[in-house]
Ligand binder design. Sequence first.
Ligand SMILES: C[S@@+](CC[C@H](N)C(=O)[O-])C[C@H]1O[C@@H](n2cnc3c(N)ncnc32)[C@H](O)[C@@H]1O
Length: 190
Amino acid sequence: MSLNDTMHLLRAWLRDPRSVGALAPSGPALARLMTAHVDHAHGPVIELGPGTGVFTRALLERGLPGHRLVLVETDPVLASTLAQRYRHARVLRMDAARLGRSSSLFGDERASAVISGLPLLSIPADKVAAIIEGVFERQLQQGGALYQFTYGLRCPVPRALRQRLGLEAERIGGAWLNLPPAWVWRIRRP
Ligand SMILES: C[S@@+](CC[C@H](N)C(=O)[O-])C[C@H]1O[C@@H](n2cnc3c(N)ncnc32)[C@H](O)[C@@H]1O
């Protein structure tokens, strides 16, 4: 994690603390855990709330071609930095809650995985519902999964919402050395 990236995220946090939700980018162990199960042979990938691009880098290092990746980031400064850094990926300066209003971001194809760094615990419940619904109803292919980290012990997608959408959640690991420690959840529709 570079000092430059920490400053980038810190400035974004000062602009909008609730939406950024963290003072420093995630560490490499969490990035590995978040991306370990993504198989790019199965389809393109969407990343929500990439921030400075810690998970983006891990996805590309795992062999995902840049043109098979869409980054959805609401902060305008972070979005333009990402666009300069990851020239082959498509960067959308957009609220992830709008995912359900557009058709698939990949045209006829749907994503095999959605990697989310969104601070779901500090996002209002109706917006969380719009994001999760958009992901599962419009963007993910059947059998695809949403990977979401959280600093809390419970699944950050509320149980009632999971039940309404028929989703199953499984905690797939923890990154104890991350600051703060974080857990990763895989959410799928069986
Ligand atoms: C906790 S930071 C995580 C950044 C990075 N993924 C990491 O782990 O270091 C949350 C990011 O989500 C973005 N974000 C928050 N709400 C969003 C939304 N509704 N749509 C898109 N991006 C959002 C913030 O601007 C910020 O970049």
